[in-house]
Design a protein around this ligand. Structure first.
Ligand code: AMP
Length: 213
């Protein structure tokens, strides 16, 4: 099973990705998560990526493409994987097509999670992320049992720097200019599956299951 999770920041790709991946025993590859981990570890590539993502700008294609190619060539991807946050530009989508062909793999579909801008801003501004394990919460819709503490690992919950209001505006503009054209790209190729994502995580998951099962 190979699916792309498309949709603006805050649409629920990460939350749904973890559920689908766990249920199917496949990894979910989040390029944003990889960049945050590399930046936290202080690697040169991580710090270079941070100079873009901390302001809500997209990391250059050549950096992302090389990283994804390496990641999906690993053994744990041989039964399938989900791509959360990749591709985000037409150049990345073209590169993915080539990488999959080289590896002899076939894409099953691109799930497009659509949500109104108003709802996205509410979700992103209330989102909190565990500093240790990356689990995500929402102060209103999915609060942790103890305030600011992760239910999974006891780590502290923080607000991602790119969930600050000025970065949210840049990220939504980057999405509209560079990523939204992928909706027609995958529609033309017969891969697009729409998921109305103005709903609770459970309701969205039920909609996803109907599509992928
Ligand atoms: P995300 O966790 O998917 O919201 O990604 C966080 C940030 O990482 C984005 O705002 C970008 O700066 C960067 N990023 C993640 N994936 C990509 C990608 N495919 N292309 C370019 N930048 C990316």
């Amino acid at each position: 099973m190979i699916y792309i999770l498309l949709g603006p920041p805050g649409a629920g790709k990460g939350t749904q990705g973890v559920r689908i991946a766990d249920a199917n025993g496949i990894p979910t590859i989040s390029t944003g998560g990889i960049f945050r981990d590399m930046a936290a570890a202080g690697t040169p590539l991580g710090l270079q990526a941070k100079s873009y993502f901390s302001h809500g700008k997209l990391v250059p294609d050549e950096i992302v493409i090389g990283l994804v190619k390496e990641r999906i060539s690993l053994d744990d991807c041989k039964n399938g994987f989900l791509l959360d946050g990749f591709p985000r530009t037409i150049a990345q989508a073209d590169a993915l097509e080539k990488i999959l062909a080289e590896l002899g793999l076939k894409l099953d579909g691109a799930l497009d999670f659509s949500v109104s801008d108003e709802e996205l801003i509410r979700r992103l501004s209330g989102r909190r992320t565990c500093k240790s394990c990356g689990a995500t919460y929402h102060i209103e819709f999915m609060p942790p049992k103890i305030m600011d503490i992760c239910d999974n690992c006891g780590g502290s919950l923080i607000q991602r720097t790119d969930d600050a209001p000025e970065s949210i505006i840049t990220r939504l503009a980057e999405y509209n200019n560079k990523t939204a054209p992928l909706i027609s790209y995958y529609k033309e190729r017969g891969f697009l599956k729409n998921v109305a994502a103005d709903a609770t995580p459970d309701e969205i998951y039920q909609r996803v299951l109907k599509i992928i099962s």
